[in-house]
Design a protein. Structure first.
Lengths: 350, 88
């Protein structure tokens, strides 16, 4: 597993609808950050440490577009510059807190962690389904008491669905069907493809699609290091494949995302959600889908937090074994490790 | 096209699909325990250990013989990946 953090990268910090007038405190890669939205609708992300005595600014209050520190009343502008110190007119040059570069895209608030001079918004992974007509979306966020590398391993090897999620989305074919792994080094993407033919329709899919017989089930993963993951799912009655031309109307399409944003070395913000191109106006169905998928995610939370605790035990001589199913995960770890090494290089040569 | 399972009328910008020849590919050989690695240079290696196979793949050009067996034609039904996640 890759250890450490890749900095000078984009991370999902929040959903757009989480950030409004209220101050939102969130720790990302060990950095305490306060978020809010200005009256003009811009997202602001500032270091959540008052320059005076380090009181969390998120414990203060909004006045117009500024934050007033709740301890001694220092006032900060959206740029992070301190504009008022009670009892004096002189504002020292160093009276400011770092401001982070943010970008809203596809209903996510992306945060650049690192040198803002290097931030390039064209490198943000696109997930257009989450902000497009014709798709209905659900999303949620869970606090995972485990390192993000464990979640990456989990998502890159979906064979665990057959065992950990056997009562919802798992079927034996997920563990038995060979995968193809492609690595795009230039664009930094790992693709893992698992196309299952004549597969069992797992319980949750039966409920969602109404299909009762065998299915053709495709799982096409795209991992964008360090922390974004898409799973393109196609489900159809057995034998129904996409036509050469025209829309693929015989299939159900689900676009799943997972953002595994590190909070600390051993805890993670797990943002997850899905967009579907069927029953798009059915709000009751959305609520049911959210509840059912949240239950699946909870199974991962329980397993990975247990594993995190287990990792704290020293096991002399233990050597991890990787098998064929791990090919995608190994490729993902490699790209992530390279980004971490790149961070170390950049910081050593600053 | 995002991939062959998508509706055709995508309303968002999609870059040109990336050629399979530009990707490092590892295929699980159907019906076997072996994996086949295919380097963009054309060299291939079949092995049963993904860790060793990946070390060979990224060790290019060491041990890579492009005059060996060529890349098989891709199955047209299979999704040809494209960098959909990076806006063009």
């Amino acid at each position: 597993m890759a250890e450490g953090f890749a900095r000078n990268q984009w991370y999902v910090a929040a959903y757009s609808d989480e950030i409004g007038e209220e101050l939102l405190a969130r720790t990302i890669l060990g950095e305490a950050i306060v978020f809010y939205r200005t009256s003009a609708g811009e997202v602001v992300a500032l270091s959540d440490n008052c320059v005076h005595r380090r009181f969390p600014l998120s414990e203060g209050r909004r006045v117009d577009d500024t934050i007033v520190c709740g301890y001694h009343g220092f006032i900060y502008e959206p740029s992070g510059v301190c504009s008022h110190i009670p009892g004096q007119t002189r504002i020292p040059r160093t009276a400011r807190v770092p401001a982070y570069t943010v970008q809203e895209q596809d209903s996510f608030v992306w945060l650049w962690i690192g040198d803002s001079q290097l931030a390039d918004t064209s490198k943000i992974p696109a997930a257009p389904w989450f902000d497009s007509d014709g798709w209905a979306t659900i999303h949620d966020r869970v606090h995972l008491p485990a390192r993000y590398g464990l979640l990456l391993d989990n998502l890159m090897d979906l064979s665990h669905e057959a065992f950990l999620h056997s009562t919802s989305i798992g079927s034996p074919e997920v563990a038995e069907t060979p995968i193809t792994t492609d690595v795009d080094d230039e664009n930094q993407i790992v693709y893992v493809r698992r196309h299952m033919d004549d597969a069992e329709c797992p319980p949750l899919y039966k409920k969602v699609t109404g299909i009762t017989g065998r299915i053709t089930r495709w799982q096409d993963i795209a991992y964008y290091p360090p922390a974004f993951y898409e799973l393109h799912v196609r489900i159809a009655e057995q034998g129904h494949y996409p036509p050469e031309d025209g829309p693929d109307t015989d299939a159900f399409h689900v676009e799943i995302f997972n953002a595994m944003t590190p909070e600390t070395e051993t805890t993670t913000h797990h943002f997850w959600g899905l967009a579907r191109d069927f029953a798009v106006d059915d709000k009751e169905f959305s609520a049911s889908l959210l509840a059912n998928n949240a239950a699946v995610i909870q199974e991962d939370v329980v397993a990975l937090s247990r594993l995190e605790k287990h990792l704290a035990l020293d096991l002399a001589g233990y050597q991890e074994l990787s098998v064929n199913l791990d090919t995608g995960g190994l490729a993902a770890r490699r790209l992530l490790r390279r980004q971490i090494e790149q961070t170390e290089f950049q910081e050593a040569h600053r | 096209m995002i991939h062959s399972g998508d509706p055709g009328d995508t309303a968002w910008p999609t870059p040109e699909p990336r050629s399979v020849e530009q990707l490092c590919r590892i295929v699980w050989v159907r019906g076997e325990d072996n994996l086949r690695a295919i380097c963009p240079c054309g060299a291939q290696l079949v092995h049963d250990d993904p860790v060793e196979l990946m070390a060979w793949l990224y060790g290019h050009p060491d041990g890579h013989d492009p005059s060996g067996p060529r890349r098989p034609e891709p199955d047209p039904r299979m999704f040809v990946p494209s960098p959909v996640g990076v806006r063009g």
